[in-house]
Design a protein around this ligand. Structure first.
Ligand SMILES: NC(=O)c1ccc[n+]([C@@H]2O[C@H](COP(=O)([O-])OP(=O)(O)OC[C@H]3O[C@@H](n4cnc5c(N)ncnc54)[C@H](O)[C@@H]3O)[C@@H](O)[C@H]2O)c1
Ligand SMILES: [Zn+2]
Length: 669
């Protein structure tokens, strides 16, 4: 190849990678799979190794991440925040470790950690108080996101010692929250996040910290930029020191001596991966001695004393049999891939959401294709791509429907939405979905009114909206399949009981966009009645601590609609309670409580409440309170002068809260 051809190839590859990086880091919306990015990155690395004279400073091998977003103050990282070198096989990993051992004969041990699928953050403390939190950005300049980070429960605002320290680690979105957020976004006609890392990054880089607060992020800290004041000289010691200072650390780390142990660690967590509540994309192996880490040093981009072993992408092949379209209660129409069932990362999968028509077009799959399937964020089954060589000849392109599968009306794209919508207010699928939502457990909680019954009642013409539920009679119910007078009685009683529900259930049941069960509860507590909420202004609602503008606007818009007011009036005439009922604790409140099903130990003196009161409060919220600390303890609540229980909990790396944190959480639950 001539010099100019080589230069051209190099610069094209570099530009392509930089463009993908920008979409990934800056917009939090990757346009290609990670494996595609990684392959091209490797290619660039090879070109650069063979032709070092080609390297330019804008090459992705020469810097970390990407530029910062406008709207945030910039933070200069005195000690740069680096990336990690990576390997994709045990063979390559052994080469890395052997090399390091050869060059540094002093090395005696390595610390193995999980590679959390999140994004790096830095937290600066002065005299033990959190003063600044930032993103990695391009490694030297990050975004100031202090207020957003302060909303994350696992980040202490005050340390147990009044020291100056800069701590680094990973901010991540738990698997369950990631799955829920994407479901919500799909229903709202928005783009879904490709992985928990982009979801966490998108949630942290919000101008409104109430949005961040609603995203349920968490952290694992694993590094200290400046450790003069720490009582340890190892990476593993640093982790327990961080724990002691009040940080959340990932308890799975292990100190090992050799490749044999490293491989065991990899195998162990490859096996346990599906059971973790957060996504991981590999294992990080770090030389354990901190002084030696300094001596070994770093390149412009990665430390030379650590390496990431990336899990191979877990993918299986299967056949796409059909694409089903379902209409949600707000009219969003979503495609779902129906496939031959296959075993994938611990579960049998036969369905995968295709999210929206844009996404489907981009994937360009056809019914009859063989497709590759993976789990996004270790949890959501997703089609990576179809396999061109396995596409049968003459397979027809898939045509995206233009009519609603339920009512047959023309589907539309509303401004700025990726979703297709049916906007017919009388669309049967939307109406039945609204009724299903209204009756669901966190809403009016009408026992025995499942989707099948709703569908039958609807088809028979006995139901046409949520209010008509309260007009059903015994004769009508007895016409249902396998419905005797007993079932009819039970259902009528359940419907009748729901009339006296507290306001938050009705508010959530109305299905106002963006108003989830938790927000409904907070808002109800504040406004006390549907009437006063209906006349509230945007500012009145968003003045509530945790309620942001999106929710407030949505509520105000909802109550401006004459149809909504008619419905509320009808509810009132039907004797449905519209007021908030103080301090009622029912099964679904308990279920959504942080404390539910946790094993908790109390120790030390509580100053703001009695011990029996704390115990009964915890038990009322579903916790089991025990007297001794063991590895089965989920949480230790430590008052003043906590003694041996505290020591033991620290040894076991358990979650420990002080009384203030406990009271904060009581108010949140
Ligand atoms: N799909 C795309 O278009 C696209 C574009 C750019 C980058 N990417 C992906 O991003 C990755 C590269 O990103 P990167 O440079 O941030 O590197 P990386 O994510 O591979 O590894 C470095 C990061 O790992 C994190 N980490 C998690 N657990 C850790 C632990 N226990 N100890 C230390 N660090 C830990 C830290 O945030 C650190 O910055 C590649 O996997 C690439 O595929 C994809
Ligand atoms: Zn329709």
């Amino acid at each position: 190849m001539s010099d100019s051809d080589l230069k051209k190839e190099y610069s094209e590859l570099k530009d392509q990678l930089n463009l993908w990086s920008r979409q990934y880091y800056y917009n939090d919306q990757p346009s290609v799979e990670d494996s595609v990015y990684d392959d091209n990155y490797r290619q660039l690395q090879i070109l650069e190794t063979q032709n070092p004279n080609l390297i330019t400073s804008d090459s992705p091998t020469q810097h970390v991440g990407s530029q910062t977003l406008p709207g945030f103050d910039k933070v200069h990282h005195e000690i740069p925040m680096l990336s990690l070198g990576d390997v994709f096989s045990k063979q390559e990993l052994a080469e890395f470790v052997n090399n390091l051992n050869k060059n540094y004969s002093q090395i005696t041990e390595y610390n193995c950690e999980l590679k959390i699928d999140g994004l790096a953050i830095s937290l600066r403390y002065q005299n033990g108080k959190l003063v600044q939190g930032s993103t990695r950005g391009n490694g030297t300049i990050g975004e100031d996101i202090t207020n957003n980070l302060k909303t994350i429960k696992s980040i202490p605002h005050k340390l147990t010692r009044p020291i100056n320290i800069e701590v680094r680690g990973e901010c991540y979105m738990p698997k369950e929250s990631f799955a829920k957020l994407n479901e919500q976004r799909e229903r709202d006609g928005e783009n879904v996040f490709a992985n928990p890392r982009n979801a966490a990054a998108g949630s942290l880089r919000q101008l409104d910290s109430k949005v961040t607060a609603s995203r349920n992020l968490s952290t694992f800290m694993y590094n200290v930029a400046n450790y003069d004041d720490l009582n340890t000289n190892t990476q593993s010691g640093l982790l327990s020191e961080l724990k002691y200072l009040g940080f959340n650390i990932n308890p799975t780390y292990e100190v090992v001596k050799n490749m044999y142990d490293i491989n065991n660690y990899i195998d162990k967590y490859t096996g346990q991966r599906d059971n973790l509540s957060y996504g991981i994309d590999g294992i990080v192996i770090k030389e354990n001695n901190l002084e030696l880490q300094k001596e070994i040093g770093a390149t412009v981009k990665v430390p030379k004393w650590a390496i990431a072993f990336k899990f191979p992408p877990e993918e299986v092949e299967t056949k796409l049999k059909n694409i089903e379209w379902t209409v949600g209660r707000t009219g969003v129409v979503t495609p779902t891939a129906i496939m031959d069932p296959v075993q994938l990362a611990g579960t049998i999968v036969s369905k995968a959401s295709l999210h929206n028509s844009d996404y489907l077009e981009e994937k360009a799959v056809r019914v009859g294709d063989t497709v590759k399937l993976h789990k996004a964020g270790d949890i959501i089954p997703e089609i990576s791509e179809y396999i061109p060589s396995k596409r049968p000849k003459n397979l027809e392109p898939y045509i995206i429907p233009s009519k609603c599968p339920s009512c047959g009306d023309e589907l539309v794209h509303l401004d700025g939405e990726v979703a297709l919508r049916c906007i017919n207010p009388k669309c049967p699928a939307q109406l039945t979905e609204q009724i299903n939502h209204f009756a669901s457990r966190n809403a009016m909680n009408i026992d025995g009114l499942g989707p099948k019954i709703v569908q039958q009642l609807f088809d028979k013409g006995f139901l046409d909206d949520t209010a008509s539920l309260y007009k059903l009679n015994r004769d009508e119910l007895e016409t249902l399949d396998k419905f005797g007078s007993k079932s009819a009685n039970n259902l009528l009683t359940a419907i009748d009981n729901s009339r006296s529900n507290s306001m938050e259930r009705l508010l959530f049941g109305l299905g106002i966009r963006h108003v989830g069960a938790k927000a409904a509860k907070i808002i109800s507590k504040h406004f006390k009645s549907i009437k006063s909420l209906a006349s509230a202004k945007i500012d009145d609602i968003s003045s509530i601590n945790t309620i942001g503008n999106t929710i407030s606007k949505s509520i105000v818009t909802y109550f401006k609609n004459p149809e909504a007011n008619k419905l509320i009036q009808e509810f009132e005439e039907l004797g449905i309670n519209m007021e908030y009922k103080e301090s009622q604790l029912n099964s679904s409140n308990i279920e959504s409580s942080f404390f539910n099903k946790k094993t908790i130990v109390l120790t030390g003196k509580l100053s703001q409440m009695s011990r029996p009161k704390a115990v009964s409060w915890l038990e009322n919220h579903g916790a089991k309170v025990t007297s001794s600390v063991s590895k089965n303890t989920d949480l230790l609540i430590a008052g003043k002068d906590a003694g041996s229980k505290m020591d033991k909990a620290q040894k076991l790396n358990l979650l420990i809260w002080d009384e203030n944190k406990f009271i904060d959480e009581m108010n949140n639950n």
